[in-house]
Design a protein around this ligand. Sequence first.
Ligand SMILES: O=C(O)CCC(=O)C(=O)O
Length: 280
Amino acid sequence: MKFQLLDNHEILTESYKENGFIHLKKFINFNEIDLNQYVLNCFNLIDDFSIETNKDTSSFLSELLIQIQNKDKGKWQEFKDIYLGIFQRSMAIYELASNTVIKTILNKVGIKKPYLCSDPLLMINEGSDHTILGNLTNSPLHQDWASMQSSQNSVILWIPLVDMCPESSSSMRVWPKSHLHGLITPKDNKWFSEITDDNFLGQEHNPIDIEYDKGDCILFSSLLVHKTIFPKRNYLPRLTIQLRYGDLSCGLLKRNKGVFNYMHCFPNKRISERPNLELP
Ligand SMILES: O=C(O)CCC(=O)C(=O)O
């Protein structure tokens, strides 16, 4: 997958501070055929899928997900494991995450000493015809800080890799200025550190539904309130890059002794717990 970052962005620092997010148009160019090939290579770890890769990514993904859905539920679980383990960690996404243009942008929004506070991820949001990934894909009302627990000024770069069509694409709803309230207490033990409408003063703010083009970037504060939105019916899957950065120079992070909350490297199961694992 080849990304070419466009570095002609005028960073609207004031607007970011005020609203808690900025929309960077045409943030990356990428070669779609390679992206589809990467996706196919991951699916082919489960079975042999034969499908043309030179299609629009949404319909390509949709076709693959339907093919898995038509198989037995054991295959669904295999796909979930591959999705969480391998699929999300494309090397191209890691390369992108370390790009100097991104570092410059991070400096402009106040992150003096950036570090990656979670793995850079390639994510799927399922379409209306798919149920394999379930709640792994769409997010409820939340602030990312509750799960990231990084610096006060930590940010997320959210980069959709498919074309948006308002009638058939999912997106994000964001509440401008909501980051100014600080952290809102999440519900107990809820997936995605969900917050309720009651403990969020959402009425004070008018939410915005993001309309994106493929390769745009929404850069937002980890304290911005947001959630996934999708049309009532007939929407296609979406592929998104998500990058998360904190600031090593932040007093809060230091007082929290550099807390790090994304422990992807813990083995899910030991070798002895996988009796059918073929050993090298
Ligand atoms: O991609 C989405 O629909 C939601 C993403 C999200 O909630 C996040 O990046 O925190």
